[in-house]
Design a protein around this ligand. Sequence first.
Ligand SMILES: [Zn+2]
Length: 261
Amino acid sequence: MTHVWFRFYGELNDFVRPDRRARRFVHVLRGPASVKDTIEAQGVPHPEVDLIVVNGQAVDFGYLLRDGDRVAVYPPFRSLDLGDVGRVGEPPPEPLRFVLDVHLQKLASLLRLAGFDAEVREDDADIARAGGRDRRVVLTRDLELLKRNEVRWGYWVRTTDPARQFLELVRRYDLAPAARPFTRCLCCNDPLRPAAKEDVIDRLPPRARAEFDEFHTCDSCGRVYWRGSHYQRLRRFLDQALRREGPPLRSSGARRSTSSG
Ligand SMILES: [Zn+2]
């Protein structure tokens, strides 16, 4: 039998049995095994792993464990520049795009709200393929889905509240600089385009017709977007989540008239 010492670092401990968190423990192998399979057997999906160090040397996922090996497993550390040498985790795809399973529909809408391409798919095989060949980051709360071999980029969403989930991603993928708020349809993920009022007026409720002059529309579903009270609430949420100031609100309804003489 092969005895191997493991230690998981940082947020990888979210996946590990409580008595094995942030400490060294011995794992017994009954036959030859790669470090990747053994890490996943501890509950940690491979897309969450960025660096594996065995006996002081960085190794890749295919490394075959030997008796007495000491294995340290690390998540991505944004603040720590390790260089590319030895990392098993790949830098996130550029541009950053996501694929989510159907249970994360609301998170997908928030990502679209911030301007990110966030597809939702139902079929696990389809999602895994998108997380490899289509160069999308898989977002899911299904650990087995993340462990699929095809998945190159993925993140297990820790929380269940959509707003908190969004904050997790802001931190994990540094979303703020790439965010383009209000440029994408919340329903179908397609980019919005500016629309002239006369072209959309028959699709507007009376109040929007009276109070607003600036509109965007989605060519796929025909929805029209304007800067009503809904917009202002979402704008506040995004500004807070992304921790930066948004552009000034410019809607005819909110314009203040001054008489400075
Ligand atoms: Zn749409």
